[in-house]
Design a protein around this ligand. Structure first.
Ligand code: AMP
Ligand code: ZN
Length: 469
């Protein structure tokens, strides 16, 4: 398998740190609003990367954070007159719903910055002790960029240029910085903001330190893949490398993967430009499987322009696959093991080659665009060759192959099966917890909510089972 590594700017053979395992960290969203479809791109892309590793037999440990302490969250909380936690918990729950509807698997762990402050204090102290960080007069802790000679290796920026270019820049409030490139690890609280105690001042962490710490806690000091949108290369990921490698004394991630932007009218879709659609809005018009299919129609590193025409094309393409699966399901149910009809053996070989073509595309830096083409060729083969007289073995083989490859892409081939299973599982887990805590009113309330969603629960010896009514 080859992966394009931002660090070397080349495609490299994938060699895991531990054979058979993939340790992967993807920077997640800042939770102050519903996610937009630009945020959905890394979610869908890296979920597909994860699924392909799993298909190849790897045991994948996938960690993705929620940034739940941030200026934007605090601003929103002040506007609403609630505390920051209320805002972030609300949008984490909404984000999980969107992820489930896009068939993005829940991460192995979804850590939250506010729950990991202890680890951050520890790493910051280590950086101070090793001379990689310093405390300014007001208690702000800065990372000393000049102490890490490899700074700039990810974004391919030259440290000397960075130093001279910024030397004259002075930012108000940051006059105590030794150098303009130095970045904040810990900052003093402002009036009305959430804060934590620390040896330097009451305050809160900088953004970059959270990922270094959460990645270390849940995946270890060295990981295989670190990923996110390309806007994170600098400064976020460059700073993460500096923090982690200086604190741990070893290389951080072997491969750095970055998705291209989702654009609208060839401009990056972003909240600050106001040119965005939320996943929820798109979900009102389309099944979110269509959005997923649309995202995978391009290579993850290419820019992708969002348009109604492309969404319509994706809707039609997806429908073509689902109709073919309907037909194969039908034929499979009816086929009676008839004697092999002419050409089936050759067609099975052709189908096998298309599966190999799919794998070849995915092995080449996850080229989902070509992988989707291979699925369409399979559909074409099935449509033109599977018929009432086909053998069960032939129809089943085609059906299984198409379903298996769609599953790698996270495309659900069963009609009517909604991508909400993970949300339901979460609610069931919450009900179990409530029961354990003898909070039967809450447990009943959750059961009632599930019933409203058309889900009935059955308490069995093996645990709770659920079905749709
Ligand atoms: P944020 O909440 O802005 O930190 O973004 C969360 C993730 O979404 C990061 O990996 C960003 O790089 C990514 N992202 C944000 N906007 C876009 C976009 N228009 N296209 C692709 N990725 C994006
Ligand atoms: Zn991050």
């Amino acid at each position: 398998m080859k992966i394009f590594n931002t660090l070397s700017r080349r495609k490299e053979e994938f060699v895991p740190l531990t054979p058979g395992q993939v340790k992967m960290y993807v920077c997640g969203p800042t939770v102050y609003n519903l996610i937009h479809i630009g945020n959905a791109r890394p979610m869908i892309v890296f979920d597909t990367v994860r699924r392909y590793f799993e298909y190849k037999g790897y045991d994948v440990r996938f960690v993705s954070n929620f940034t739940d302490v941030d200026d934007k969250i605090i601003k929103k909380a002040i506007e609403e007159g609630v505390d920051a936690n209320t805002v972030s918990e609300r949008y984490i729950a909404e984000c999980k719903k969107d992820m489930a509807a896009m068939n993005v698997k829940p991460a192995t762990v979804h850590p939250q910055a506010t729950q990991e402050i202890c680890g951050m204090l520890e790493m910051i102290q280590t950086l101070i002790d090793k001379g990689h960080a310093y405390v300014a007069k007001d208690g702000t802790v800065y990372f000393r960029v000049s102490s890490f000679k490899e700074y700039g290796k990810l974004s391919h920026k030259n440290l000397d240029e960075l130093m001279s270019g910024l030397r004259e820049l002075k930012v108000t409030g940051e006059e105590d910085k030794e150098d303009p490139n130095d970045f904040v690890l810990w900052k003093p609280k402002k009036e009305g903001e959430p804060y934590w105690e620390s040896p330097w001042c009451q305050g809160r962490p900088g953004w970059h330190i959270e990922c270094s710490v959460m990645s270390k806690r849940y995946l270890g000091e060295q990981i295989d893949i670190h990923a996110g949108g390309e806007d994170l290369i600098f400064p976020h990921h460059e700073n993460e490398i500096a923090q982690s490698e200086c604190a741990n004394g070893k290389p951080f991630a072997t491969y750095w993967m970055h998705n291209g932007f989702l654009n609208i009218d060839n401009k990056k879709m972003s909240k600050s430009l106001g040119n965005f659609f939320t996943v929820r809005e798109i979900g009102e018009k389309y099944d979110l499987q269509v959005l997923r299919f649309f995202m995978l129609s391009a290579h993850y590193r290419s820019p992708l322009n969002f348009s109604a025409d492309l969404m319509e094309a994706s809707k039609n393409g997806l429908e073509r696959i689902l109709t073919c699966v309907d037909k194969l399901n039908d034929l499979e149910a009816k086929a009676e093991g008839a004697a092999e009809t002419c050409g089936e053996q050759e067609n099975m070989e052709a189908a096998g080659k298309l599966k190999a073509k799919f794998e070849e595309a995915m092995d080449d830096d996850f080229n989902t665009a070509d992988a989707v083409s291979a699925v369409f060729e399979l559909v074409k083969l099935a449509n033109s060759t599977a018929a009432a007289g086909s053998t069960k073995a032939y129809v089943s083989f085609l059906n299984k192959t198409i379903k298996e490859l769609c599953d790698v892409l996270g495309i659900i081939t069963e009609r009517g099966k909604e991508a909400l299973d993970s949300e339901i599982e979460e609610m069931i887990a919450a009900r179990q917890q409530a029961r354990k805590a003898k909070n039967f009113a809450l447990a009943d309330e959750i059961r009632g909510k599930l019933l409203d969603m058309g889900i009935v629960l059955e308490d069995t010896r093996e645990g709770v089972k659920w079905k749709r009514v």
